[in-house]
Design a protein around this ligand. Structure first.
Ligand code: CA
Length: 471
């Protein structure tokens, strides 16, 4: 009898020890999970930060992230306008897969079914995935993936939100009963403060989020609206750029400056809490600069927001990884914003399987040199009735009103010399691949999916301007 009791006691003790050991391992794994911050600029021109060549606008804090991290020389977003680009960014899936080709309708016309206008509910967000891995998740700023209750970011994996319902906001004010850009701010963790200057207020919220969650793994989506219209900056910041003759450009410079200052505040807070080294920080823009409306400059690229030339989809893109990851390098192969979801999930200890049907890929083995190939065989975009494809150094653009165009981006990054006539076989081959992809996307919008795409020709497609690069 005594023997049996002793042996049971032994087994009990061992099982307790095993449990303790497991919980130590788990806690250790959890403490090793890096934090993630996506800092998204809105409508920023390619050439308008220091690390992409601007000598006019000073962005020391953004440039520091680039020098501490990896600069993606050919960093793309999945769309040339806001909402679809964000749908791709948030899911890791090319948003064309679920019919999210264009911006949400701004019109209140009755034919638009607003209940369908948003990120389809069966799509999993990066916040959902990180929340499942034990992360605290927060959205500060623009959402723009549906303003109906069922599309709300709190229902899409974000535990804490400080936001507003549509795709932009006035920088100085809101109204209690305001709509659109004057809509009141909303938050599920506090009574939102009165707006001072919106970029500063977002900076405040990001700093506060970091303070509150510094001791647990977190994912912060810092969704700034600078330098999207309306063109509004503080007098003090405009003073810094009085030498810029064009008034709109002067205001734009001041808006980008204020964005940079607030990124500096985020970094400072991370350093203060000794978590900078363990925090992955991404900086990118959601699409190319709309040169006419906000005086942005996409040099050396041609085109702008809404256009599938490089100026519309190639953006300033850098990732500051953790201390043990590569830093101070420039990665030369094409990558996309869709790569962030699998990269983060993998770094957080999760797994992406084929069943997830992601279009992005974990970038870390590529930037660290473990895999020598380019991350993507090709990249494809569709924007309502236009489409384009990257394959190696080649880019094919298919527009509704002309023959396909072909550029060699290595020799001609500004897309000035259409080589289609010299390479008909390449045009045919790429056009076929692009067309096969296009017609085999599940066209949910024929059934019950997002219906804002129906009958809608983009204003950009109608007015396709081949804008010359500015220097
Ligand atoms: Ca945008």
């Amino acid at each position: 009898m005594k023997r049996i009791i002793l042996s049971r006691l032994f087994i009990f003790t061992i099982s307790i020890l095993i449990q303790v050991a497991f919980s130590i391992v788990n806690a250790k794994e959890k403490s090793n999970q890096p934090n993630f911050i996506i800092i998204l600029a809105d409508d920023l021109g390619y050439g308008d930060v220091g690390f992409t060549g601007s000598t006019q606008i000073k962005t020391p804090h953004i440039d520091r992230l680039a020098s501490d991290g990896v600069i993606f020389e050919q960093g793309y977003v999945s769309s040339a306008v806001c909402a679809p680009s964000r749908a791709g960014l948030m899911t890791g899936r090319n948003q064309v897969n679920f019919g999210f080709d264009n911006n949400l309708p701004v019109s209140t016309l009755p034919q638009y079914k607003k209940e369908n206008s948003g990120l389809p509910l069966n799509e999993k967000t990066i916040a959902n995935r990180l929340e499942d891995l034990g992360y605290v998740t927060g959205l500060i700023g623009k959402w723009h993936l549906g303003d109906q209750e069922h599309f709300h970011p709190t229902k899409r994996g974000f535990q804490e939100v400080w936001t507003y319902p549509v795709g932009g906001h006035d920088y100085f004010k809101s109204k209690p009963d305001g709509r659109g850009y004057l809509a009141p701010l909303e938050s599920n963790y506090k009574e939102p403060q009165a707006i001072t200057y919106l970029t500063d207020d977002k900076g405040d919220e990001c700093v506060d989020f970091i303070k509150r969650h510094k001791d647990e793994p977190f994912f912060l989506y810092a969704s700034f609206n600078a330098p999207h219209t309306p063109m509004q900056a503080t007098e003090d910041d405009i003073e810094l750029y009085l030498h810029v003759e064009n008034k709109k450009r002067r205001t734009y410079c001041a808006m980008v400056h204020r964005l940079d200052v607030n990124i500096g505040r985020i970094v400072k807070e991370l350093e203060k809490n000794k978590i900078y080294d363990n925090t992955v920080i991404v900086f990118l823009s959601d699409n190319g600069g709309p040169c006419d409306s906000n005086a942005s400059i996409n040099a050396p690229y041609r085109g702008q927001k809404g256009i599938l030339l490089e100026g519309g989809v190639r953006v300033p893109y850098t990732i500051k990884f953790t201390k043990s990851d590569p830093s101070g390098i420039t990665f030369k192969e094409p990558v996309t914003s869709l790569d962030l979801t699998p990269t983060f999930v993998s770094m957080a200890g999760g797994e992406i399987t084929e069943a997830d049907e992601l279009d992005g890929i974990n970038l870390l083995p590529y930037v660290s040199g473990d895999i020598a190939n380019a991350p993507h065989d090709d990249l494809k975009w569709r924007f309502t009735i236009s489409a384009t494809m990257r394959e190696g150094d080649w880019k094919l653009i298919r527009l509704p009103d002309r023959l396909p165009m072909l550029y060699n981006l290595k020799e001609d990054p500004s897309e000035l010399n259409d080589l289609a006539a010299q390479h008909p076989e390449r045009v045919i081959s790429m056009l076929k691949k692009l067309g096969d992809w296009d017609v085999t996307r599940p066209h949910e919008w024929f059934k019950e999916g997002p219906n804002w795409r129906k009958n809608q020709i983009s204003k950009y497609d109608k007015d396709y301007k081949l804008v010359q690069p500015k220097k």
